[in-house]
Design a binder for this molecule. Structure first.
Ligand code: TXA
Ligand code: MG
Length: 320
């Protein structure tokens, strides 16, 4: 378990940086979801992340840095696409996959030749990295297979071996960062997330998207191998407006997630706009697990803007 401390307390930040120097884990807020951080250059500390989460060793971690200079110090090379992406989207919910540098331990990259890097847009995350004065390896601060935490209390719920949890309140985006491989000629999206395809295309023109069924997909995006974002209840995604009909067909304890008023029990109304929906989705899925639903029916959302990332997460959750 961990001690929850106010993320805006300078003494809490200093104490957390001290724990990181001692090789311990610190959970901290970012604008996407909470991260579970350790000294990225300390392989033993990073091993504690994998143990705490029950994370498969073949899934690499994102390294968080305070600015582009910090990213270059971790990377083995800095492609021009990386500079363009950093200028357009950092700090922000975009992770750049670039060649790894020599100081990055194998455990961070899962033995791969690339490293994922990101500058989070959150004052607590940035203050922590400045106090620690080094890069932090940090996956989402949930047990492997559970929805990512968007509140400090979600980190506590997952009962991991965390030294301290810096509480920064609810995260702003609510879904994880977009992961973009910039090692090739054309940027390749490995995971949809907080920076939409539309925004990427506005900067880069052409952008490719890795599909699960593409040759070599798992080698480039090891996260595809694993079950993700899964609540305990079985998730079913139905077309917009089909929620009540699906509920009538279903058996057992069923919850319905919609973006409009629906009569009847066990209805969770989330914000109608995609940003608001993204912000509250993971918390809603966790709440439903706590209430013991066996089944969750969610109405689909248009795949525009962050809607595409929402649908990606819902489909993965539904794969069960
Ligand atoms: O918003 C986020 O990205 C949050 C916050 C804490 O920054 N972090 C996060 O980390 O979601 P995690 O570990 O839950 O997801 C990281 C994803 C995984 O799918 C992993 O496979 C992929 O990024 N990834 C990390 N390094 C990679 C690399 N070198 N090559 C390809 N994929 C990589
Ligand atoms: Mg995760």
């Amino acid at each position: 378990m961990g001690v929850v401390r106010a993320g805006d307390d300078p003494a809490a930040i200093a104490a957390a940086a001290e724990l990181l120097r001692a090789g311990q884990l610190v959970a901290f807020p970012t604008e996407t979801v909470y991260g579970l951080g350790a000294d990225a250059f300390n392989g033993e500390a990073v091993a504690r992340i994998f143990a705490a989460k029950g994370r498969p060793a073949d899934n690499p971690l994102i390294v968080h840095v305070a600015d582009e200079g910090g990213a270059r110090a971790v990377a083995g090379a800095w492609p021009s696409l990386a500079s363009r992406a950093a200028a357009a989207f950092w700090p922000g919910p975009l992770t750049l996959v670039v060649p790894r540098g020599p100081r990055v331990p194998d455990i961070v990259t899962a033995g791969g030749e690339t490293v994922g890097l990101r500058v989070p847009a959150h004052p607590v995350a940035l203050a922590l990295m400045r106090a620690f004065a080094g890069p932090l390896a940090a996956p989402s601060a949930n047990r492997s297979g559970r929805p990512s935490p968007t509140l400090a209390e979600h980190v506590l719920q997952d009962a991991m071996n965390v030294g301290t949890i810096l509480d920064g309140g609810a995260t702003d985006v609510g879904l994880e960062s977009t992961v973009l491989d910039v090692t090739g000629e054309v940027p390749l999206v490995l995971r949809l997330g907080g920076v939409s395809l539309e925004r990427l295309r506005a900067v880069f023109g052409a952008v490719e998207i890795l599909r699960r069924e593409d040759a070599g997909a798992v080698a480039r995006s090891p996260g595809l191998r694993h079950r993700h974002y899964a609540p305990r209840a079985r998730v079913e995604v139905v077309a917009e407006g089909e929620g009540e009909r699906a509920r009538a067909r279903a058996t057992g304890r069923v919850a319905l997630i919609v973006r409009r008023e629906v009569a009847g029990p066990d209805v969770f109304v989330l914000p109608a706009d995609a940003e608001g929906f993204a912000r509250e989705l993971f918390a809603a899925l966790r709440r439903m697990d706590g209430l013991g639903y066996e089944r969750v029916i969610v109405e689909a959302i248009a795949e525009e803007g962050i809607g595409a990332a929402i649908m990606d997460r819902l489909r993965r959750a539904a794969q069960g």
